[in-house]
Write a protein that binds this ligand. Structure first.
Ligand SMILES: Nc1ncnc2c1ncn2[C@@H]1O[C@H](COP(=O)(O)OP(=O)(O)OP(=O)(O)O)[C@@H](O)[C@H]1O
Length: 337
């Protein structure tokens, strides 16, 4: 992985509390890296340390090969976008986006052209003369993003930028952010505690918990190859069973004390199609069924064990109490460290 942004030995303490201890991290260029983690895990603290907003940060930060650790916020060439938009309420959309360029020695005509191009990109050109109070939350955030992107920062940091928006707008805007990133080739770091959002937008995910990096990788790898039990339970639904529990289901040759992960999609029920060679079959009973519209999540009891699985909702839902045949794909069982 290229090292466009490199953090070396980052330490952050607030009073007596050490929030980040010896954190090392490299981030690739021209990609969206997502910092994902539970509330209070230190994501914002790392982001603020990169931007220079955190005065308690100690350590080295290299951006595109240059040590920026000692530079003030406005000299780092980094844009920051917050959940709260932070637009200037007394300025029009056009003036908000033009603000940073006006502070530089750039001709009026050139500024006008750049702002118009940027407003077109974020689909706000028809609102150029509106004021922030007249915009929806999603529109305000698009203006805030345009205002940052127009400065062509080397790095754009987005701290929970979609958290204040309703679910439908969140999904739309996250797709648009991905599109802007690809069109302009900006390197972004996007902070969220929403794993679905992280998986959808990220090229690279950094999972942070308790001030430490648990795992870094492409969303697919993070999901299919979680590095430990925390990762297996934090991202995606899961069944975690010991080797001896799996033995009671007919799965042998595993270490009895070890823990194993089975994702719900590695389990199927009552199959009509031919079996996969690597499957184990056992009987169970449905004890819970939750309908999510396109899919149903079942919990199946086999003696004292409970297995979660998901089925696409294209057959009649199985009733609670139904006896089912359960097929587990052995090849998809993952040993946890
Ligand atoms: N200025 C500060 N003074 C004291 N403690 C702080 C300060 N900023 C953050 N902390 C503490 O540092 C820890 C990490 O906070 P941080 O905001 O980085 O977490 P986060 O992962 O971004 O959480 P969230 O998703 O809730 O925003 C928390 O325990 C928090 O209380």
């Amino acid at each position: 992985m290229s090292e466009f942004l490199k953090i070396e030995n980052l330490n952050v303490t607030f009073g007596k509390e050490t929030v980040i201890e010896n954190l090392n991290l490299s981030i690739p260029e021209n990609a969206i890296t997502v910092f994902l983690g539970p509330s209070g895990s230190g994501k914002t603290t790392v982001l603020r340390s990169i931007s220079g907003l955190n005065r308690n940060a100690q350590g080295k930060i290299l951006l595109d090969g240059k040590d920026i650790s000692e530079l003030p916020v406005n000299k780092r060439n980094i844009g920051v976008i917050f959940q709260s938009y932070a637009l200037f309420p007394n300025m029009s959309v056009f003036d908000n986006v033009a603000y940073g360029l006006k502070a530089q020695r750039i001709g009026k005509a050139e500024i006008k052209q750049s702002v118009e191009d940027m407003l077109k990109l974020v689909n706000m050109n028809e609102k150029a003369n509106s004021f922030p109070d007249d915009l929806s939350g999603g529109q305000k955030q698009r203006v805030a993003i345009a205002r940052s992107m127009i400065m062509k920062p080397k790095l754009l940091l987005l701290d929970e930028p979609l958290s204040a928006l309703d679910a439908k707008i969140r999904v739309e805007l996250r797709e648009q952010i991905k599109e802007y990133q690809q069109k302009l080739g900006i390197t972004m770091i996007f902070v969220t505690h929403d794993q679905a959002e992280a998986m959808a937008i990220a090229d690279n995910v950094v999972v942070i918990s308790d001030g430490k990096i648990q795992q870094q990788g492409a969303p697919w790898d993070i999901y299919t190859k979680p590095s430990n039990e925390f990762m297996a339970t934090f991202i995606g639904d899961h069944n975690i069973l010991s080797g001896s529990e799996l033995k009671s289901l007919g799965i042998n040759n595993l270490s009895l004390e070890q823990k194993y992960l089975i994702r719900p999609e590695s389990i199927t029920l009552n199959k009509l199609a031919e079996s996969i060679a690597d499957e184990v079959e056992c009987n169970g009973q449905i004890i819970s069924a939750v309908n999510y519209g396109n899919r149903i999540q079942y919990v199946i009891a086999k003696d004292t064990l409970r297995l979660k699985m998901e089925a696409l909702n294209h057959t009649l839902p199985l009733k609670i109490g139904s006896q089912v045949k359960v097929f587990i794909n052995k090849a998809k069982i993952l040993q946890l460290n």
